[in-house]
Ligand binder design. Structure first.
Ligand SMILES: C[S@@+](CC[C@H](N)C(=O)[O-])C[C@H]1O[C@@H](n2cnc3c(N)ncnc32)[C@H](O)[C@@H]1O
Length: 189
């Protein structure tokens, strides 16, 4: 098979397994290595939309770590986080925010096969109060060590691979229709 035909087939196959109803939302994450690692994990887990807020900070990512994944994931800046979260809620998405709070539930107890927005928080201050208040559930990854939390990109990877596990079990990574406009865009990359 010709190289360009193989590439087209690969693009179709990847796009047909994307989880268009699963969104990752970064709330003021600053470290370029963390952002890049999350982009790469999103691509691997079939997440197409990665939203971020910058709250006046600089949003940049390490290309060495992202390994080109930024081309295949739609990275979108959010100016008004609360409005965007409310829009997702109105449109049937559940808002699952990661944080270690008293009311947090184990991330494995959530049904990740329903449409969702997964919110990850800033390296120091975590997720903003505004977004926490709009969340349907706050989820945690159990911690048994001396340090109180995981690195945010590691935490995102742990949760996203639970998403993969649950969605694989339901056959949600079987090939399906995909948006033609993304296919055309990817062909040009
Ligand atoms: C280093 S932690 C921030 C810790 C911060 N002191 C706080 O109060 O949230 C950065 C982000 O990683 C995620 N995170 C890290 N460890 C986690 C865990 N065990 N369970 C859930 N989320 C976690 C959350 O999104 C958190 O906002």
């Amino acid at each position: 098979m010709e190289r360009s035909e193989k590439r087209k087939q690969r693009i179709r196959s990847v796009l047909s397994r994307r989880q268009y109803d699963a969104v990752v939302f970064l709330d003021s994450i600053r470290n370029p290595h963390n952002i890049a690692a999350i982009m790469r994990t999103c691509d691997a887990a079939g997440i197409q939309r990665l939203l971020y807020t910058s709250n006046g900070g600089v949003f940049s990512f390490s290309r060495e770590i992202s390994s080109g994944s930024e081309k295949w994931v739609d990275v979108e800046k959010v100016e008004e986080p609360a409005e965007v979260i409310k829009w997702f809620k109105k449109n049937g998405y559940r808002i699952y925010t990661t944080a270690l709070l008293d009311e947090s539930v184990d991330y494995r107890s959530v049904d990740w096969t329903e449409p969702f927005v997964l919110v990850m928080g800033n390296e120091v201050s975590g997720v903003s109060k505004e977004i926490l208040e709009l969340s349907d559930r706050v989820v945690k990854i159990p911690m048994y060590g001396m340090v109180q939390s995981l690195n945010v990109s590691v935490a995102c990877g742990v949760v996203l691979y639970e998403v993969v596990r649950q969605r694989e079990e339901k056959g949600m990574y079987q090939e399906k229709n995909f948006p033609e406009e993304i296919y055309k865009r990817w062909l040009r990359l």
